[in-house]
Design a protein around this ligand. Sequence first.
Ligand SMILES: NC(=O)c1ccc[n+]([C@@H]2O[C@H](COP(=O)([O-])OP(=O)(O)OC[C@H]3O[C@@H](n4cnc5c(N)ncnc54)[C@H](O)[C@@H]3O)[C@@H](O)[C@H]2O)c1
Length: 259
Amino acid sequence: MTENIRPVLSGSKALVVGIANEHSIAYGCAQAFRTAGAELAITWLNEKARPHVEPLGAELGASITAPLDVSVPGQLENLFETIEKKWGKLDILVHSIAFAPKSDLAGGLLNCSAEGFAKAMDISCHSFVRMARLAAPLMNDGGTMFAMSYYGANRVVPNYNVMGPVKAALEAVCRYLAYELGPKGIRVHAISPGPLKTRAASGLKDFELLLNEAAKKAPVGELVDIMDVGYACAYLATSFAKRVTGGTVYVDGGANIVA
Ligand SMILES: NC(=O)c1ccc[n+]([C@@H]2O[C@H](COP(=O)([O-])OP(=O)(O)OC[C@H]3O[C@@H](n4cnc5c(N)ncnc54)[C@H](O)[C@@H]3O)[C@@H](O)[C@H]2O)c1
């Protein structure tokens, strides 16, 4: 399939945040952008994650690699300073990160603490606003921003708990950012992938059941993979999609249309 992808993103600079390992949705995005000709900046969470992420960055020829924990003051600013110095611009931003404290995720929404709720919201949602604020001034020729949502934003998915309201907020954030940044030629998308076996997903109770149900429910009859998500983002980042913005784009084999 990859040999049919033309370098429609050559000259584009893409920052992809959220690669933990080769199963990460962010890695699918980075691979798809690279295949389409973009130059990459990628990040790792901390020194423990670094040995898993750095080799993937090398394989993709990433020209910027940097640490980024969005809860550490100054790290996001440092990253964007590096991007400005090295590239002087940015075309694509991917926010593919989420976190909720285990005890707050496991206990159902009723039992989620105020601190756990705030932390989940800060890392999984408001950090996208902070990224967008720093990215927008570098997107002088327009640009595209992505944040990863999930079906649990709009419908109750058992065990998704606090992440449901957090993803609902993230989708609303995408709409409002699309409204505010549209006049600058910047488009903002929430991407809603079907369930994928990743590190983040392993924190959800009965995730295997969700995978089985998704495969059964999807009209295309199979699960999605990280490249499906990556290529959908690559398309949305091209000028072929220049008048598409603000919505939630499902990459789930059509599962969301089935009752
Ligand atoms: N896996 C699924 O089924 C699925 C479905 C729909 C949406 N999503 C969303 O996709 C996104 C990516 O998750 P994934 O499934 O690829 O799992 P993943 O574990 O591979 O990626 C999650 C990433 O979040 C990063 N992260 C956590 N806390 C952070 C912080 N403080 N600062 C910076 N980065 C931090 C981790 O380092 C990791 O790279 C998440 O937003 C997730 O909610 C996942």
